[in-house]
Design a protein around this ligand. Sequence first.
Ligand code: FES
Length: 107
Amino acid sequence: MPAITFIHPDGKSDRIETSDGESAMQAATRHGLDGILAECGGNAMCATCHVYVDAGWLARLPAIGDNEDALLDGTADARLPNSRLSCQIMITPELDGLVLRLPERQV
Ligand code: FES
């Protein structure tokens, strides 16, 4: 199964094994990762699953949808060019090794 790494604002990192068909947010919450709230449960309504995609991976992700784009304008921490909602990143074998940085805050 693909593994992805979350890097916390303090520089610590957590490498997480994903399961078939889950999103990066689902993998994070299944492992009890601090820093991803996911208040809406992955329905693209809350923007509390905000992550910064590490350089080099951004171009390998599917394009941002209109709804995700609108929600990213309401993130608690600054929206950057590499901001994404982790509930909208479906993990595929090609994303093995993906690195996502967590913002300082989600609310
Ligand atoms: S979990 Fe709510 S927008 Fe991603």
